[in-house]
Design a binder for this molecule. Structure first.
Ligand code: TXA
Ligand code: MG
Length: 349
């Protein structure tokens, strides 16, 4: 509770921002849909307790109805209201990491609608850290929470700026709250706690090591085979740009690009180790050099992929990230993006 109160006390919105937040809260209470910033990515919010509003989210995103939504709360004490039989380890994680980029999958309370949980007996809950998200939850009033998936079409890249939401969903939402570029830039870490075991369903800003330090027990990444197909962010193909994306080690990537340009294809190469870029000077190749720090890389990744889609390249060739736990969330998103159906063009390499 201490951390949550601290976060709420530290909110300092300008009068204009507070006006926008109050308007957004009114729209949500009337059953409308508001896109809002979180520290991870922008969310598409509806009042959890209004099934009609929740249904609109699925329509706007074109998301299958049985894919569950995360419930966003404004205070740790609300965990008891949305979930039941909460294990000690879940409380430990909530107190340590909330507000912040961690989602807990817990047994749902009976009053949580099937439209939110996708009919599963669990519910995903998180307390976001962005001041505007917290102010919005505060303005909604006690006992209220927001069902909010990422504010993008199903399967596409999550938005990390208000302009991304405007571009992708624009007229379909009642209001977009602008809170600048998201600090983390990748979706929250999703953790599933069951029978004393803790598994990561989706890697994110909070690493397994950080979770292990708090829980004093091993935390494993759930295998794809053990994941429910209804967990959309965990589908093998997800988080994808429109342009086909392929991942190669640094020593192959420039050669692959030059083979493709021989077929007159326009290629974008994105690297983090930044080797060899001068070796090939080719009008059909553009090179984007990314930071070698996973935190900064993660913050920029989705905005870059959107920018590349705008530039209409034929292929995005991405250097494989380092094989290190701090890069896990990035590797996960890139792999899912490379598996996407819109990426199935034959690549004659
Ligand atoms: O950072 C985030 O988590 C962002 C911001 C807006 O909070 N939200 C987000 O929501 O990424 P969404 O819906 O795009 O992805 C949430 C993932 C989905 O893969 C969903 O299936 C999974 O969480 N999920 C939600 N409830 C679940 C549950 N009860 N059991 C298993 N997975 C669940
Ligand atoms: Mg999403």
């Amino acid at each position: 509770m201490k951390q949550a109160q601290h976060a709420l006390n530290s909110i300092e919105l300008s009068p204009d921002q507070q006006d926008h937040v109050n308007t957004a809260a009114r729209i949500l209470c009337e059953g409308g849909i508001v896109a809002f910033p979180t520290e991870t990515v922008y969310g598409l919010g509806a009042d959890v307790s209004n099934p009609g509003a929740v249904r609109k989210i699925y329509d706007i995103k074109q998301r299958p109805l049985d894919h569950p939504l995360i419930v966003h709360i404004g205070d740790i004490s609300q965990l008891n209201y949305w979930a039941q039989a909460i294990p000690e380890s879940a409380w430990k994680l909530a107190y340590q990491f909330w507000p912040g980029p961690l989602t807990l999958i817990l047994q749902r309370s009976h009053h949580v609608a099937d439209s939110v949980t996708g009919g599963q007996n669990t519910v995903g809950i998180r307390m976001p850290a962005h001041p505007i998200a917290l102010a919005l939850l505060d303005a909604l009033g006690s006992g209220k929470a927001l069902a909010a998936p990422s504010a993008n079409r199903f399967g596409h890249i999550s938005p990390t700026t208000a302009a991304h939401v405007q571009h992708e969903l624009g007229a379909k939402v009642d209001m977009i709250l602008d809170g600048g570029a998201c600090e983390v830039g990748l979706e929250s870490t999703i953790v599933y706690i069951e029978n004393q075991s803790v598994r990561i369903l989706r890697p994110g800003g909070i690493t397994a090591l950080e979770l292990e330090m708090v829980l004093d027990m091993p935390v494993n990444l759930a295998s794809i085979a053990s994941q429910s197909p209804r967990v959309s962010g965990l589908l093998p193909a997800h988080y994808a740009p429109i342009t086909p994306l392929r991942i190669y080690p640094a020593e192959q990537i420039w050669q692959q690009a030059s083979t493709l340009t021989a077929q007159d294809l326009r290629i974008l190469i994105m690297t983090w180790s930044n080797t060899e870029q001068t070796q090939f000077s080719n009008q059909l190749i553009e090179h984007c050099s990314m930071p070698a720090d996973p935190v900064i890389y993660g913050k920029q990744l989705y905005a870059k992929l959107r920018q590349f889609d705008q530039a209409a390249f034929d292929y995005l060739l991405i250097e494989a990230p380092p094989n290190h736990p701090s890069w896990l969330a990035i590797t996960d998103r890139l792999q899912r993006a490379s598996n996407h159906s819109s990426n199935k063009n034959e690549l004659s390499l």
